[in-house]
Design a protein around this ligand. Structure first.
Ligand code: PMP
Length: 398
């Protein structure tokens, strides 16, 4: 280990050092070809093998069933805010040609799901974009600092899409990994429509722990730049009934779908319809190989739970002393993005400067909400988490 600072940033974020070292070699010579990874053809057999292998590593570690395809694309989570609407509205059109304005159900639990709703309204202006639940209405401060109770969700009987964000990166709000109880996703309240059009934004929690009810999802989406690799790669897990002929849907009146956004195009071309993000894919494959060696998502689930518990315990100590305040209700707290306030005039700046001086970097909260945000993605080790906990202890002792 070098003595680089610890990067607790929310994304792009820390990557394992051994992967950085390996990738540096790959920049000069990828897979023994003598050609660097940023230079090699995306159609070379070495790179197409890398794409296949990345897919297999995800399939194996997340236990993705054969009903679902794993696709790689670009445009980030934001690109998918648009693409899921277009693809799933097209699917609905093929299933129900006579329904002019389908229901699109959104669960709003933070800034990112709120953005997804706004994009749905742009992409499908005639659809009935509904809020199935809004966490703010269950918050004393009318903020994204809690999750709706199980009985607060009102889904449509047969929506074209049901959308939720598993981990809200800005607000530090995450559904629990439990089947039910406080903070759990309302699995039992979902409509009984057969194949659910359920879409999960896993941008900031992908590969950090198993995905509950993965097989029930129509689409799981994630940018690579938190737990997996550099920005520029977007990963999709799409149930095969959602790989629809978007042109046939357009002929029935649905909105045309840009060819690179159509899930079917991605699937039939093996994610190589056009030039993919070659370098991010390669680095992601290195991260996933390493993760497999360590024990996969099960290993990370245990480690990430311990890391989060330690950090929240340190914040609780600060609360007891009247110096810190956790921003999120206990049952809604994220393992990945831990957010809190430092109380007292000028104290936040002092806290950040003290952390920086110890090489603990990038802990300022998102500009829209302020405060402190410490991101504990997979590449942050327990030892690095302990350094942050230790620093909080020192700060509180002052
Ligand atoms: N969803 C979530 C949960 C995110 O954290 C982010 C990015 N931080 C996005 C969507 C948007 O992703 P991108 O910046 O890759 O478009």
């Amino acid at each position: 280990m070098s003595n680089r600072p610890v990067n607790f940033g929310a994304g792009p974020s820390a990557l394992p050092e051994e992967v950085l070292a390996e990738a540096a070699k790959g920049l000069f010579d990828f897979a023994g070809t003598g050609i660097g990874i940023a230079e090699i053809s995306h159609r070379s057999k070495e790179f197409t093998a890398c794409v296949k292998q990345t897919e297999e590593l995800i399939r194996e570690q997340l236990a993705v069933p054969p009903t679902h395809s794993i696709l790689f694309t670009q445009g980030g989570g934001t690109g998918q805010f648009s693409a899921v609407v277009l693809n799933l509205v097209a699917r609905y059109k093929l299933l129900h040609p006579d329904v002019a304005n389908p229901d699109l159900d959104y669960v709003v639990t933070g800034s990112w799901s709120k953005k997804a709703v706004e994009e749905a309204r742009r992409m499908a202006p005639t659809a009935n974009v509904r809020i199935a639940a809004d966490a703010r209405t269950h918050s004393a401060a009318n903020k994204f600092d809690t999750l709706p109770p199980a009985d607060a969700y009102a889904f449509s009987a047969d929506p074209a899409l049901i959308y939720y964000c598993e981990n809200e990166t800005v607000d530090g709000v995450q559904f629990s990994d439990a089947e039910d109880g406080e903070g759990a996703f309302p699995w039992a309240a979902l409509p009984k429509t057969g194949l659910l059009p359920l879409v999960g934004d896993y941008s900031s929690s992908f590969m950090s722990r198993p995905i509950p009810h993965l097989a029930d999802h129509a689409v799981i989406l994630a940018g690579a730049q938190k737990n997996l690799g550099p920005a520029g790669l977007t990963i999709l897990i799409v149930r095969q009934d959602c790989l629809v002929d978007v042109d046939a849907a357009a002929a029935l009146g649905a909105v045309p779908v840009p060819v690179t956004m159509a899930y079917k195009t991605l699937a039939t071309s093996g994610s190589l319809y056009n030039t993919p993000s070659v370098l991010p894919l390669y680095m992601t494959s290195l991260v996933l190989e390493r993760s497999k060696r360590l024990g996969g998502v099960q290993f990370y689930a245990e480690q990430n739970r311990r890391k989060a518990e330690k950090l929240y315990a340190a914040i609780a100590e600060g609360e007891a002393k009247g110096k810190l305040r956790a921003k999120v209700a206990k049952s809604a707290r994220s393992w990945m993005n831990v957010v809190f306030d430092v109380l007292g005039e000028g104290e936040e700046a002092k806290f950040v400067a003290g952390a920086e001086a110890k090489g603990l970097k990038a802990i300022k909260g998102h500009r829209s909400v302020g405060g402190i945000r410490v991101s504990l993605y997979n590449a942050i080790t327990e030892e690095q988490t302990d350094r942050m906990v230790e620093y909080i202890g020192e700060y509180l002792a002052q």
